[in-house]
Design a protein around this ligand. Structure first.
Ligand SMILES: N[C@@H](CCC(=O)N[C@@H](CS)C(=O)NCC(=O)O)C(=O)O
Length: 317
């Protein structure tokens, strides 16, 4: 179970109100499917750092978000302080800050070897540039030439993996910061037909398999099916029903069980049903849910429900 705390996991859009002040010291403005934000979530989870996550709808950003980050990009880390919040943008700068600030049993970069540190960051930059050179245009549109560039790049990165992980015997800064693109490869294979076969890339395949099940990493990973569904729909809230169910399972595993849990789940499920299905509460087998909630505007429903229930969700997003 991850140590991240998540409020409403739905992406906040234009017209939304800014989230209330966070109860935790750290808040990450994120995008569920943004690979740069994923870097930061990987570091937070691997190092067991408590952080609230606020998801931003990147296609329809809230006006208030530009006051925090003029460029409007995610990820953005907000750090609560005595004289107001401080902000850090850029995924690698945030990841390095977290590693420096939170010394624990899982250091990512060596903190007493400047040359080795520089070399690891160079390696990361090389892998990242190779893999992402044609990534974005390829995701937007099928393109044989760009696909060939990615396939060639994978072969080159295979040669850069000389040990169990990219810089040692356990996952470190390089591994976590390049992982989001490798996490997506099985979905890219289905979406764009870029073959990622074990025989062509034996070392990368073995590394990927170890990354996926590593106890510090596995909770940060999305399934290939979910990634593919996002590529196909570009819906930032895709798959949230299962997230809410995971939250419910977490709640019900608590002793004593929070009183609001069952109620909150019922309401969440109603919201996730298509809005034209006024019978949705009955169709998922819940009782006692006020049906008029289903007819209201979604953003308003969320604001009300979260205010009334005042609950925090906790799950691997
Ligand atoms: N160099 C930045 C890149 C961040 C980035 O491009 N994020 C994308 C989402 S994956 C974004 O915020 N896009 C919205 C925009 O560019 O307006 C980093 O490493 O943090």
């Amino acid at each position: 179970m991850t140590n991240m705390q998540v409020g409403d996991p739905h992406a906040l859009s234009k017209g939304s109100t800014p989230p209330p002040e966070s109860a935790s010291t750290l808040r990450l403005y994120s995008g569920r499917f943004c690979p740069y934000a994923a870097r930061v979530r990987l570091v937070l989870n691997a190092k067991n750092i408590k952080c609230e996550v606020v998801n931003i709808d990147l296609k329809n950003k809230p006006e208030w978000y530009y006051e925090k980050n003029a460029l409007g990009k995610v990820p953005l880390l907000e750090i609560k302080g005595p004289s107001g919040p401080s902000f850090i943008s850029e995924s690698l700068i945030i990841a390095e800050y977290l590693d420096d600030q939170y010394h624990d049993d899982f250091p990512l970069l060596p903190n007493d070897a400047p040359l080795e540190r520089a070399q690891q960051k160079m390696l990361l930059e090389i892998i990242y540039s190779k893999i992402t050179a044609q990534w974005h245009p390829l995701m937007v549109k099928e393109d044989t030439a760009k696909k060939a560039v990615l396939i060639k790049a994978l072969g080159e990165v295979e040669q850069l993996l000389r040990g169990e992980y990219f810089a040692g015997e356990k996952p470190g800064f390089v591994d976590l910061c390049v992982w989001p693109w490798f996490e997506r490869l099985p979905a890219v294979e289905l979406f764009r037909g870029v073959p990622f076969t074990p025989t062509d890339y034996p070392k990368l395949t073995e590394w990927s398999e170890k990354m996926r099940v590593h106890p510090r990493i596995r909770d940060s990973i999305f399934s290939t099916e979910l990634m593919l569904e996002f590529f196909q729909t570009r819906n930032p809230d895709v798959g949230l029903l299962s997230v809410i169910l995971a939250t419910f399972n977490f709640w019900t595993s608590q002793n004593p069980k929070p009183a609001a849990a069952a109620n909150a789940l019922e309401l969440e499920m109603i919201i996730l049903m298509p809005s034209n299905n006024t019978n949705s509460g009955a169709s998922v087998g819940f009782t006692g849910v006020p049906m008029e909630i289903a007819a209201k505007d979604t953003a308003e429903k969320y604001a009300n429900i979260h205010r009334v229930l005042g609950y925090q969700q906790r799950h691997p997003v």
